[in-house]
Write a protein that binds this ligand. Structure first.
Ligand code: GLA
Length: 683
């Protein structure tokens, strides 16, 4: 049984709004009708163009098993439609009603240790449950049949943050589904035994029927089993998405369908690169992490990942916050300017809109202290003022919608599956989060004004001059071949420690690390040398190494830098090899911030990749290209005014900039640049 069909995105469907999409999750069911009228008036005041409706309203739409009440939703849709506000209609399957959990507790997910979750949360369902599939697609069919041709419904939003609560289910029904998935993947049980290396501990299977999910046991699980269970879980949820989507398409063939991802700097709860092929356009929920040392860079990294799924198409920021969230250990309010700057940072990097969770702050329920577009205090507030200002800004820059982000010369490879592989089983350093290695490079490039696409391993690499593979632990042979080919064609490829260590079955590639790239790099990695918190080493370039180092040999490559001290003193640390018209570098160590920055400078110098605008500390300049030319977004993340050399039409102030523009502390400029005739070439 194929659980996920071939991708079938419909990329030619119209964008849900004219111009940028602006609005948020609208939950009118939490309020009485007098508030609804006020909501609509305030939405118009703020310039809201799109609202996400009905995300958690199943229990109020299907009040008992098979008893539906759409009256209130009809009324709300009528009000929004009269006001000209487009609707992103959500299927309400992220929150099953209490009656369903009471009637069918078997749909609730089972945790790794065998305990079953209870009613009362969100996403309380197992993706493999046939009962769940019946009830969920029934409510979706009711909605799609009723509203599928309603002209106000301009977009469909399947469920909510799938996998964000029900990522894994270890119940018996999931176990049976997992076995079917494995039988399809491996065909024979001996192929499975080989792939999983079950000779270890003598855990070989004589039938698929013996396989269980990696349920709790007292010692470390088989990493290959864990990885396949991750893949299966992502596919099982994707199959659910596809089931809902296909019901919607029957009734609403010309309206785009998507779902909100949770793409961040970390490996995803599902394999988003695969999911991105099944949605009509990609959409993301992004919340800045208060404890991050540079939140605006984490935001940029996540946005660059979203664009990386398809750099020539817009995506949509479907949720972010106007100020503090409520689910981090400490929830920081946004500083003046951040609401607008964060929204425009996503837009600069390819989002064709800025949507929030949520329209009006709840007074009750689990999210009563989460910020919203209309805060508890109402409209006499900084938040409301900024929301209205953002709405006005999006109107002023409407001509930018539909443009694309200037094609990047740098690609950073990122793969959720590889992140899962590193997290499976025991590793040389079980505290190291190697997916952060990609972010470290991104951060150094970001500080230098270089925009990178963060792309999945199967992306088309042909347009990139610098390809960075940092901490990409699992690499299949097709990816390794394509990277090699790109180097031969002339790109500079940089591979770091802990990349290409295991193949797609999570088995270590023998004969010298990093097995997947060894030939291209001309390197033979002999042994890993983990460094403790109080240990470090240095290179003969003066750069400092922390956390990770390796004993490597240069086999046909040039040594660019060697370890200067410690147990590896005298051994190569960084190598370079000519490959066809390009070159391949290996970085065997974790360089601390300054060392990595110096290494990145070296790479940029050699590849002659320079920012179009000279970098100003704390200021991002990102360009989008449209029919009328190039649009420069300049985002001042500092607390002082900065001058940036940009000549063109200042869309926010409707005036020419001269050759310089001064951006106030925390402010933003959007400039249609002079003498840029690139648009027609690109679009
Ligand atoms: C997610 C969910 C929303 C809400 C926000 C809170 O993005 O999709 O429903 O819970 O988090 O930040």
């Amino acid at each position: 049984m194929t659980i996920v069909p071939e991708p079938a995105p419909r990329i030619d469907l119209p964008w849900p709004t004219d111009g940028f999409s602006f609005g948020g999750d609208y939950n009118p069911e939490q309020w009485d009708r007098t508030v609804w009228r006020e909501d609509i008036a305030l939405m118009r005041e703020a310039g809201v163009t799109l609202v996400t409706l009905g995300v958690f309203s199943w229990g109020l739409l299907e009040v008992e098993d098979g008893v539906f009440d759409f009256n209130w939703l009809d009324e709300v849709i009528g009000l929004l439609s009269e006001a000209g506000i487009a609707i992103d209609l959500a299927t309400p399957t992220a929150a099953p009603p209490i009656w369903l959990h009471q009637e069918h507790p078997e749909i609730l997910p089972v945790a790794h240790d065998g305990h079953k979750y209870w009613q009362g949360g969100r996403l309380g369902w197992c993706a493999s449950s046939a009962t769940w599939r019946f009830y969920s697609t029934r409510i979706v069919r009711e909605l799609a049949a009723r509203y599928g041709n309603n002209p106000a419904v301009r977009m469909w939003h399947v469920s909510n943050e799938l996998g964000g609560g029900n990522r894994w289910c270890y119940c018996d029904e999931s176990a049976a589904h997992f076995r079917r998935w494995l039988a399809e993947r491996y065909t024979t049980v001996s192929a499975l035994n080989l792939a999983w290396g079950t000779a270890f501990w003598g855990h070989h299977y004589t039938s698929f029927d013996q396989v269980l999910p990696p349920r709790d046991s007292e010692s470390a699980p088989n990493p290959a089993l864990v990885l396949d269970f991750e893949r299966f879980s992502s596919d099982a949820l994707l199959a659910h998405y596809v089931a809902e989507r296909d019901v919607i398409r029957e009734y609403s063939p010309n309206v785009p369908v998507t779902t909100n991802f949770m793409v961040t700097q970390n490996p995803g709860v599902v394999d988003y690169a695969t999911w991105a092929k099944h949605v009509d356009f990609s959409a993301n929920d992004h919340y800045v992490i208060g404890d991050d040392s540079l939140p605006e860079n984490e935001l940029a990294f996540s946005a660059d990942r979203m664009r990386g799924f398809n750099p020539s198409r817009p995506w949509l920021l479907l949720e972010h916050s106007t100020s503090a969230v409520n689910w981090q250990p400490r929830n920081f309010s946004k500083a003046p300017g951040e609401l607008i700057r964060h929204s425009l940072s996503h837009i600069a990097r390819g989002s064709d809109g800025a949507m929030f969770f949520q329209w009006r702050a709840s007074t009750a329920g689990a999210e009563q202290f989460h910020s919203a577009m209309v805060p508890h205090v109402g409209t006499r507030s900084k938040i409301w003022h900024d929301v209205c200002e953002l709405g006005a800004i999006l109107g002023k820059i409407a001509e930018v919608a539909g443009s694309i982000v200037e094609p990047a010369r740098v690609a950073i490879l990122f793969d959720d599956t590889s992140g899962w592989a590193w997290a499976s089983g025991q590793k040389p350093d079980n505290t190291l989060r190697i997916s952060e290695a990609a972010r470290h490079f991104h951060r150094a490039l970001w500080a230098r004004g270089i925009v990178a696409d963060v792309v999945p391993p199967d992306a088309d690499l042909s347009s990139y001059d610098l390809v960075i593979i940092a901490g990409l632990y699992l690499v299949d042979s097709a990816t390794a071949d394509r990277v090699y080919e790109r180097a031969e064609q002339g790109a500079t490829v940089v591979v770091t420690y802990l990349s290409g260590i295991v193949d797609e079955t999570n088995r270590v590639l023998r004969g010298g690390y990093p097995g997947a790239f060894r030939d291209m790099l001309g390197v033979f990695g002999e042994e890993f040398f983990v460094l403790g918190d109080n240990q470090s080493a240095s290179l003969d370039t003066g750069w400092k190494v922390t956390r990770w180092s390796e004993k490597i040999w240069a086999m046909g490559s040039d040594v660019f830098a060697s370890y200067a001290d410690g147990v590896l003193a005298g051994s190569p640390a960084i190598t370079r090899r000519s490959v066809g018209a390009g070159e391949a570098w290996y970085l065997s160590a974790h360089l601390d911030g300054e060392g990595l920055e110096a290494f990145v400078d070296e790479l940029l110098l050699r590849t002659e990749i320079v920012p179009k605008s000279p970098p100003v500390v704390g200021v991002e300049v990102v360009r989008r290209l449209g029919r009328l030319g190039s649009y420069a977004f300049a985002l001042n993340h500092t607390d002082h005014a900065v001058s940036v050399a940009l000549a063109g039409w200042d869309l926010l102030h409707d005036m020419h900039t001269g050759n310089q523009i001064t951006i106030p502390p925390g402010g933003v400029a959007v400039i249609r640049e002079d003498s840029e005739k690139v648009g027609d070439l690109i679009l």
